[in-house]
Design a protein around this ligand. Structure first.
Ligand SMILES: [Zn+2]
Length: 109
């Protein structure tokens, strides 16, 4: 059951990463075609800002995929749901909100 939830999250995160990678690619192509000057052209500055935002979002989406992969490994190893800090079980509410959480609320704080 947890595995299914994690697999679903993984599909979502991967789809998000793929979309962001495509958007970023389109932005690169657009900025190359318009020959925008990042420093002096106001439109170039906007593209630079958008590019930075998309890059950050893409990194976050890829990080999410990695976190979910890690959680899936813990499910397979039978250690899923145990806090990596203190070894105690992570609260069910926390796992419901963040199924890939590695630490309990106390250790994460
Ligand atoms: Zn803990």
């Amino acid at each position: 059951m947890v595995r299914d939830e994690l697999l679903r999250l993984r599909v979502d995160a991967q789809a998000q990463a793929a979309t962001l990678a495509r958007d970023l690619e389109a932005l690169f192509t657009a900025s190359r075609d318009s020959n925008a000057d990042d420093e002096h052209d106001p439109e170039g500055a906007t593209i630079g800002f958008e590019r930075a935002q998309l890059t950050a979002l893409l990194a976050a989406a890829r990080e999410r995929v990695a976190e979910v992969d890690d959680a899936l490994r813990r499910v397979d190893a039978g250690t899923y749901g145990a806090c990596e800090g203190c070894g105690r079980p992570i609260a069910a509410e926390r796992l419901a909100a963040r199924p890939f959480a590695r630490r309990c609320v106390t250790c994460a704080a």
